[in-house]
Write a protein that binds this ligand. Structure first.
Ligand code: SF4
Length: 482
């Protein structure tokens, strides 16, 4: 088993921001990326254009590490795109940090991608066999090769045709020296929203980034839609069938864990959804207890819902230290473990001698939950009832979320009682799949739940070989195991 405790959480692939028609675009993109930092912490990049010249900067680390706000003025331009990355494909090295910037026959293109392409490996092999050279190990680079296909001369048709070749999850931002394009895969796995700011446009993975830069939400990019924004305005076309005729597969984990509570995702406020999930969890998995506490931050809204529904008072049992660095860079396993402990401290007075309900959003490998339960016991909690606002995570995700391997997913190999025993809680209760989808009403059929149900919205058997559950074959390089 991998000993890196820092990956005992699902990790999002990326966040993207695009700006068109606003002077000083780089400063807006920088602010937007700050709001999307929770979606990726390994690297960040910004590419801008003034209509003539394209300039870019990128590096490994957090947005605050990579960019110096004082030098962003050197990145002058009125259009641009930016990216924060966590690597689900490709190693964490600077060449893989996006936006990717390439020179094609018709000029420079920049690409920023959120999601995972399930046919990237096959496309890459096809191009490599015909002599193409790849500069990165990311799945996103196959789009570069599709875009440089000379079959279609006109730009919109070429982009639409390239997008139509891709399978999997993608929200893309593309940029040339004079336009920004936004596209979402036909199943709409990942969010992508458009806002209006002055005479220009802002596009972002989450609406929290639109709010951050002062843009007014306009609408989402529709699944299967290509939006082109240039000096003549915003133009929409489809590269896939009309979205009303296809089923969709929004990632429900965006609501459970990834997205910020202040964002509107797939038409629903994330905080409101999580409060409803907490209420439902209290009905499905009630507990006799004195206090409800959250594992912050993503468990906070669901804990509030649990407390409201159950009538058990909510209190702050864990305090998050926001200044602990990223744990994966710590060389020794025990250092990483200590660092995980430093991130959350127990408020002993809140839990001492109490029967405590602990609400969290997920259990992936169980190692972190076990440490949390142990810390609560050490602080004197008399009973610990762990409640999880999603069902047991039993299957890998191929669409841009990096869980552990199936062998490392604790719920894949153990019963609920066995997981409860492993983490050391008195009781453990998960949400049902029906409960998870209940906040969405009739739209619930438009959500992907594959990591809980094993029912994948796309055929992933070709990428998974003989064992349909073998995870992460999309990885083109082995992931470093710390
Ligand atoms: S498998 Fe799970 S994490 Fe992946 S897209 Fe579907 S719901 Fe989201």
């Amino acid at each position: 088993m991998n000993s890196d405790l820092s990956i005992d959480r699902p990790r999002e692939a990326c966040g993207i921001v695009g700006v068109f028609g606003i002077p000083g675009a780089s400063a807006l993109i920088y602010s937007g990326l700050f709001s999307l930092q929770h979606r990726g912490q390994e690297g960040a990049g910004i590419v801008v254009s003034d209509g003539t010249q394209v300039r870019s900067t990128k590096g490994l680390g957090l947005v605050s590490d990579v960019f110096d706000p004082n030098t962003l003025v050197d990145l002058s331009g009125h259009l641009g795109i930016g990216h924060v990355r966590y690597s689900t494909t490709g190693a964490p090295r600077v060449q893989n940090v996006q936006p990717l910037v390439v020179e094609c026959s018709d000029g420079i293109w920049a690409i920023a991608h959120n999601g995972n392409l399930v046919n990237a490996r096959a496309l890459r092999l096809m191009y490599q066999e015909s002599g193409a050279i790849f500069q990165t190990s990311t799945d996103s680079e196959v789009l570069v090769h599709l875009l440089s296909d000379p079959m279609f001369r006109s730009r919109p048709r070429r982009v639409a045709r390239a997008l139509a070749e891709l399978k999997g999850a993608f929200s893309f931002l593309l940029m040339t020296k004079d336009c920004v394009m936004a596209a979402r895969d036909p199943l709409g796995f990942k969010p992508l929203s458009i806002g209006r700011l002055g005479g220009g446009y802002v596009v972002a993975s989450e609406t929290c980034a639109l709010v951050q830069v002062g843009a007014d939400y306009l609408r989402d990019v529709e699944p299967g839609e290509l939006v082109i924004i240039d000096s003549t305005g915003m133009h929409s076309s489809r590269f896939a069938e009309d979205e009303r005729s296809c089923s969709q597969a929004h990632c429900v984990f965006e609501h459970v864990y990834f997205a910020r509570p202040d964002s509107q995702v797939f038409g629903h406020n994330v905080h409101t959804v999580r409060v409803k999930l907490g209420r439902r969890l209290a009905r499905e998995q009630p507990a006799e207890a004195d206090v409800v506490i959250a594992v912050p931050d993503s468990g906070s809204s669901a804990a509030l819902g649990f407390a409201l529904e159950s009538g058990i008072p909510l209190d702050f049992g864990f305090m998050r230290n926001h200044y602990v660095g990223r744990t994966f860079i710590m060389p020794e396993a025990d250092q990483r473990a200590r660092s995980v402990d430093m991130k959350l401290a127990v408020v002993a007075d809140v839990v001492r001698g109490k029967r405590v309900v602990v609400v969290d959003d997920s259990i992936i490998r169980g190692t972190t939950a076990r440490r949390r339960v142990s810390a609560l016991r050490d602080a004197g909690a008399s009973e610990i009832h762990l409640r999880i606002s999603c069902p047991p995570t039993m299957h890998p995700c191929f669409f841009g979320i990096d869980f552990a391997t199936r062998e490392e997913l604790i719920a894949a190999g153990k019963s609920v009682a066995e997981v409860c025993e492993y983490v050391g809680a008195d009781t453990l209760g998960y949400m049902s799949i029906e409960g998870l989808l209940s906040p969405f009403g009739e739209e619930s059929r438009d959500y992907c739940t594959a990591c809980f149900s094993g029912r994948y919205p796309l055929d992933v058997s070709r990428m998974t070989g003989k064992d349909a559950m073998e995870p992460m074959l999309l990885n083109l390089e082995p992931k470093p195991h710390h």
